[in-house]
Design a protein around this ligand. Structure first.
Ligand code: C2E
Ligand code: CA
Ligand code: CA
Length: 635
């Protein structure tokens, strides 16, 4: 009667998935728990299906009670599976329908009715009135009057899954995930239709198995959430865990970050560093037994440990541990770490805010190597950053970024010969946000290219619309962030803007800092190609990084700007090095600008040691461009 020859292999393959699932560390997300339930219920459905079909095929060999019970078991598994198939889709979609208790009852109703009717059929199936789903008699198993309720329940749940997919599709980040969930639903729908079309082949289990495989491959493969050869979880796992538990986080976070990770990786090389990271991951798991350890690239670990743990003691132990080398068969590394502790009692913030706060905190301790406790205040700073990001986006969209200009004066004549363009944006209340705040945020959020280009364009627009010639303004300096400088199409893009305003490129000087000078060969290549297009470069903030003379000799700067800190130090306490250095630079053909000149005395000192150009509050603060025109026009 029934052909179940290909049911058995399915159980075996499900067994493999299950074994693999349990062999890797898991986070215990709600979704994984439902997935596990589905595998179990699917296995039970297949087994009871096999059992029932074989008993039904050979009913004469069995007692009638046996026929009744094995079929009841199968139908109970069937109704439960229909619901769990929906539940898995709903949890993947982060569906919240079941949160509403009335809806929950409605959603589960078909499963409950189904199970009750199965029990009624088992106990009272021999009566004409109550042989609802099935009945068994001397001629074996028979479908009941309302047998088709199994399809009603099946279609009801698959319809709910599709509704959930439609309502919550935006909660799935990637396209691949949306497609996977669509196919998951489609396969289950096909399963039901196939069961209707060819009931004797028992094909439904094969299709449900395919649907399970789709979810496994798209979401549940434990490898997706692991890092460092499975020793720790990864940042994706952290996000999912935090998102699911944000309202009731039972754990205390602590993070351990390798001090100066990038330099250390240079020193030890990738392979050795990787081995070291695995040793650290293992060590943390040993130290915090039962805790979840996550690895976020670039040497950053987060441990989520029990709220009762004495962290100060653990911090002490970690500090002690890193006084000794990390050793394994192939490595011996000497690393030190920074540790971040988080004292954030209230968690009314979103998981996203908390994660980015932790990232900031980790970056900070990675740079200092200190043990630092981060409080609520630091979290609200992250919120502010989010706000500034929004203001940057606003300014870019409306091109409402403003150019302020600060004059640059010829030290010999005292005349203004140029200016530096400094950008300002406004917050939503119209208050100015200083560049010290928004530039680093623009750099970290990938908006600096657009922003820098807008500043450059506004400076070009200013020059073309203003009679700079009669103002004796020869050029305007514009700042270029390292992220902009490394663009290989920079010359092309900036030349296009210069052409649009019909300017000569030497009207706008580009200020770059030593942050741009990571790679000597690239620096030279980029500067040369820009210089060929007619651009001129100024080295900004000299004295805050570590340029050496031989490097500078190779780069076609026209001017070196001494950073304010150097200027101020010298004015407070003159020494011999700075004047000598300035002389050396001048021999090499560079002009020198002193920044941060705040009074006449400083101006005189800087002039006396050879600075050609002076810039600072003594002459003027940066002022809006209109004001600048008014102030420096000679009419
Ligand atoms: P920077 O390029 O070193 O610009 C000079 C900064 O020093 C300006 O700060 C200026 O107002 C300030 N300053 C000038 N003279 C004096 C003085 O006599 N005393 C004191 N105490 N300060 C003085 P501002 O405008 O706040 O800009 C800060 C930094 O933001 C700039 O430093 C620059 O690195 C960055 N920045 C500003 N606009 C842009 C931009 O459009 N693009 C990029 N990439 N960075 C920009
Ligand atoms: Ca500058
Ligand atoms: Ca500067």
């Amino acid at each position: 009667m029934w052909n179940y020859s290909f049911e058995l292999p399915l159980v075996l393959i499900l067994g493999i998935i299950l074994a693999f699932f349990f062999s890797r560390p898991r986070l215990g997300l709600r979704r994984s728990r439902v997935f596990l339930n589905l595998i179990i219920i699917e296995t039970l459905t297949i087994l009871t299906d096999l059992l029932a079909s074989s008993v039904d095929n050979n009913y004469a060999d069995y007692a009638i009670e046996t026929v009744k019970v094995v079929n009841a078991l199968y139908f109970v598994a069937f109704f439960t599976r229909a619901y769990i198939l929906y539940l898995l889709a709903a949890t993947v979609m982060k569906d919240t329908l079941e949160k509403d208790s009335a809806l929950r009852i409605l959603i589960r109703l078909p499963m409950h009715i189904g199970v009750i009717l199965v029990l009624v059929s088992m106990f009272f199936g021999s009566w004409e009135f109550t042989n609802v789903i099935y009945y068994a008699d001397g001629y074996g198993y028979h479908s009941g009057k309302l047998y088709n309720l199994v399809y009603v329940a099946g279609f009801y749940y698959i319809m709910l899954s599709f509704i959930s997919l439609f309502l919550y599709r935006r909660r799935l980040g990637r396209r691949r995930e949306k497609i996977s969930m669509f196919f998951y639903n489609l396969i289950i729908l096909t399963a039901l239709i196939m069961r209707l079309a060819m009931p004797s082949f028992l094909v439904m289990d094969t299709f449900v198995f395919m649907a399970i495989l789709v979810v496994f491959l798209a979401f549940e493969n434990p490898e997706y959430y692991l890092e460092l050869k499975g020793v720790t979880f990864n940042s994706l796992a952290f996000n999912e865990h935090l998102e699911e538990n944000i309202s009731n986080l039972k754990e205390l976070p602590l993070s351990v970050v390798i001090y100066n990770y990038h330099e250390m990786r240079e020193v030890y090389g990738y392979m050795q560093m990787q081995a070291g990271l695995i040793i650290i991951g293992r060590y943390l798991k040993q130290l915090f037994i039962g805790a979840k350890v996550f690895y976020f690239r670039n040497g950053r670990f987060i441990v989520l440990t029990d709220k009762g743990t004495d962290l100060s003691e653990k911090v002490q132990e970690i500090t002690e541990r890193f006084k000794r080398p990390l050793r394994s068969a192939e490595t011996e590394l000497y690393l030190s770490v920074g540790i971040a502790l988080f004292d954030m009692a209230k968690t009314e913030y979103s998981a996203e805010t908390i994660t980015s706060t932790m990232m900031n905190a980790m970056d900070r301790v990675g740079k200092t190597g200190n043990i630092t406790t981060f409080t609520e205040e630091f979290l609200s700073q992250t919120e502010k950053e989010k706000y500034v990001k929004k203001c940057i986006e606003n300014a870019l969209e409306n091109r409402s970024l403003e150019l302020y200009l600060q004059p640059i004066v010829d030290s010999k004549t005292g005349k203004t010969v140029g200016a530096e363009a400094l950008s300002r944006i406004k917050d939503l209340d119209g208050k100015i946000i200083p560049p010290g705040i928004f530039i680093p945020i623009a750099e970290n959020s990938g908006r600096i290219n657009e922003l820098g280009e807008l500043v450059f364009e506004k400076a070009c627009e200013f020059i073309s619309e203003t009679d700079t010639h009669s103002m004796d303004i020869e050029w305007i300096n514009v700042n270029l962030s390292p992220a902009q400088f490394v663009r290989t199409d920079l010359a092309e893009r900036y030349s296009a803007i210069i052409d649009k305003y019909e300017l000569s490129p030497d009207k706008v000087h580009l200020e770059i800092t030593e942050g741009c000078m990571i790679d000597d060969a690239f620096l030279q290549k980029q500067m040369n190609s820009m210089t060929e297009s007619g651009f001129k470069f100024v080295l900004d903030d000299y004295g805050t990084g570590y340029s050496n003379l031989s490097r500078l000799k190779k780069c076609p700067f026209i001017n070196i700007k001494l950073d304010m800190s150097i200027v101020w130090d010298y004015c407070k306490e003159p020494e011999e090095i700075l004047p000598n250095m300035i002389q050396a630079f001048k021999h090499m053909g560079f002009k020198i600008t002193a920044e941060g000149v705040e009074n006449l005395e400083m101006a005189d000192i800087m002039k006396s040691i050879g600075c050609d150009l002076l810039q600072g509050y003594y002459y003027s603060k940066p002022i809006p461009q209109d004001e600048f025109v008014e102030k420096y026009s000679k009419t």
